[in-house]
Ligand binder design. Structure first.
Ligand code: F6P
Length: 255
């Protein structure tokens, strides 16, 4: 409440932008932990940012999750984007169907008249399985598109929450906590300093692809995610953050 009195939302946006060295920050009023309407507003604001960022020919790689699903439900464009592609950023990460990256990519394509491709492989692969699955021309083609995405749009979660949602083994969860994992985004786990503490062989977007993408857009809100948002922003490859007031205040406090 104090922060709210001192700063209007645009001052808060500017404070977050400067703190994490971002190109743009959009903050909606409220706390998504307390109201689903606030998460919907993050989705709506995120869809506007995405629509403004897209240029003909762009490949957009998207992650899953409930915030991304809200974004997909709001995207509107003035003319069909026949030259654009939506692809999932990663393979199956154990999300339920409505919130999978594949579902979100197809929904976005339907809403915009763009094209989409799906990646029907589990994300956690052994080295052997990875090598053989990548020999499949269909898989290879989608993976190459994912890795050349110019725009990446993703959610951010708290590490323990996401590890449980993905039903990782207790052993892996203990290991993550021991390594200081606080946040999860793009299928990777990050510590307080924004270092990746857990990586695996993936058929999807790799860290170097995130670094190479022209525009990386993060969407996440709720006070409970403030610390996770701060740690992913410290990783330092996001360009745009769309969040809510409570998460922004908390992220600044943790920074
Ligand atoms: O599993 C996809 C994903 O985008 C994660 O990378 C992220 O941590 C999570 O979903 C966010 O989900 P939600 O928006 O439902 O909190």
């Amino acid at each position: 409440p104090l922060v709210k009195e001192l700063f209007g939302l645009s001052e808060l946006e500017e404070a977050v932008r400067l703190k994490f060295g971002l190109r743009k920050v959009v903050i909606v009023a409220g706390d998504s932990d307390e109201s689903d309407d606030v998460k919907r507003e993050i989705g709506r604001a995120g869809s506007r940012v995405l629509a403004q960022s897209m240029e003909p020919g762009d490949i957009v790689a998207v992650m899953g999750g409930t915030t991304m699903a809200r974004m997909a439900a709001h995207l509107k464009v003035s003319a069909p984007m026949k030259d654009n592609w939506f692809v999932p950023a990663r393979g199956g990460l154990g999300e339920s169907v409505d919130y999978q990256a594949n579902t979100i990519a197809s929904e976005l394509a339907k809403r915009t008249g763009a094209r989409y491709r799906m990646l029907h492989v589990p994300d956690h692969l052994s080295e052997d399985a990875y090598q053989s699955i990548m020999q499949e021309p269909n898989v290879r083609e989608v993976v190459d598109m994912i890795r050349s995405a110019r725009i990446v749009v993703h959610g951010i979660g708290d590490a323990a929450t996401m590890a449980r949602r993905r039903k990782l083994s207790q052993e892996t969860i203990d290991e993550l906590i021991r390594d200081g994992a606080l946040a999860e985004a793009f299928g990777y786990y990050f510590d307080r300093e924004g270092r990746v503490v857990h990586r695996m062989v993936t058929a999807g977007l790799r860290l170097e692809d995130i670094e190479a993408a022209g525009t990386v857009i993060g969407l996440a809100g709720g006070r409970s995610k403030g610390e996770a948002i701060a740690s992913v922003m410290r990783f330092g490859h996001d360009d745009v953050l769309v969040t809510d007031e409570a998460a922004a205040e908390e992220a600044l406090r943790r920074a």
